[in-house]
Every structure is written in C-alpha cells, then in structure tokens.
Design a protein around this ligand. Structure first.
Ligand code: NI
Ligand code: MN
Length: 220
C-alpha cells in the first residue's frame, strides 16, 4: 500500500482499493496537490464534518469517481450530501464496513462536530492496518484499538494542538497505540496549530516517527 499525505489531515491510501481520509484540497493552504492529481478513489472517509475534513471536495471527488462516502450516519444525511446523490455508507462508532478487499471501522474520538459524533478510523487493507485519529484529544481507551483491530502499521495523529492533541498528548497516544510507525498530521496549516516536529519525535522516544511533508508519499 502507498500512503500519500495530501496536506493537513488529508491522506490517501492506495492499493487494490483507493481510499481518501478527510479530503481537504481546494481551500487547503498546505495542500501541494490539486484534485486532478488525486487517483481514482473507491472510498472517501470523513472523520467529522468540520470544514477541514468535510467540504465540497468530498462531493466533487465522490461524483468524479463514483466513490462511496463512509462516515457517521448523521454526516451522511446532511443536506449537501443527500442532495448530491452520492452513495454513502453511514455507520456509527464501533461499526465496521466490510468489502472483500478491505474493512473500514469507525473508532471513538474526543472532539466536537456539527452532525453526529466525531470519529477516528481504522482501515485494514490486506492486513496492513492504518489508524487515523481524526481531530481527537488523547484518551486512555486508545489502547483498545490495537487489541480490537490488530497491531497498527501506521498511525496518523494530530499534533498541532488548539483543536486537537499537541506534541506531548500525541506522544502519550503513541504509547497507548504502540504503532509501528507514526505520521503526524494537522499541524502548521495555520498559525494556531503550529507544531514542533522535532520535539514530537523526541517525546516519542523509541517509537518510530516519520514526517511526510504535504504531497509526499511512502510505500508500505
Ligand atoms: Ni475538527
Ligand atoms: Mn480539524
């Protein structure tokens, strides 16, 4: 599987099926890619309906690619989603959508949202397990995520603070989640969420952290 950090909290997971989590491209000051550079998507996951995770790009990409929107039920019945005619998979926290090639599970997040509850997401594609925390604060039940879904290969964790975990809180989340690799997200997009990645790496001690700059990719 290839993972690309589009910018902010927006990532794509490409393999047999292509998934985007938290589209934010058009009005994203940190995005280095435009919509034409996004591969054909099968699924779009939105962790919650704040504009930096759910916006017109969701509808544009879902229509362009016939991709399905996966999110908490209340987000999938928002007016702009219903009226767009895109296909949705409305679930709730604790639920798993199973395709023959992958599974997508919604996990708790400590945050806020306009429609329904905010979530995190676990994607399992060919036994590669990716966790994206959404905009969550740290919470002790994060330790249940690898117990329930298996050892996490890559964890995307917000580190920018103000709206989410900051560097010390995200380092605590790394302890609880014990991922093989952590990729920080949701920082430096705007001044209130500036972060010190060097400090984060230091706080994570022996846990492996990789910085992926917007537009960058790694292969798993
Ligand atoms: Ni948010
Ligand atoms: Mn956000």
């Amino acid at each position: 599987m290839n993972i690309t950090r589009v910018g902010h909290a927006c990532v794509t997971l490409t393999g047999e099926k292509n998934i985007m989590i938290d589209p934010f491209i058009t009005d994203n000051p940190s995005a280095k890619l435009n919509l034409d550079q996004i591969p054909k998507l099968d699924y779009i996951v939105c962790t919650h309906d704040h504009f930096d995770h759910f916006n017109q790009d969701v509808i544009t990409l879902a229509k362009r690619d016939d991709a399905k929107l996966v999110a908490v039920h209340e987000l999938t019945i928002k007016d702009e989603v219903s009226s767009s005619g895109i296909e949705t998979i409305g679930m709730n926290i604790g639920g798993t959508y199973q395709d023959d090639k992958l599974s997508i599970s919604l996990t708790p997040a400590v945050h806020s949202a306009g429609a329904g509850d905010p979530s995190g997401v676990v994607v399992n594609q060919n036994n590669t397990i990716i966790y994206h925390a959404g905009d969550s604060a740290v919470f002790s039940d994060m330790k249940l995520i690898p117990e329930l879904f298996g050892a996490i290969d890559v964890a995307f964790l917000p580190i920018g603070g103000h709206y989410t975990m900051d560097e010390p809180a995200a380092a605590k989340a790394v302890e609880l989640l014990n991922p093989k690799l952590t990729v920080p997200i949701h920082y430096d997009t705007w001044p209130p969420i500036s972060a010190d990645t060097g400090k984060f790496i230091e706080l994570c001690k022996k846990h492996k952290v990789q910085i992926i700059e917007p537009g960058g990719s790694i292969n798993l």
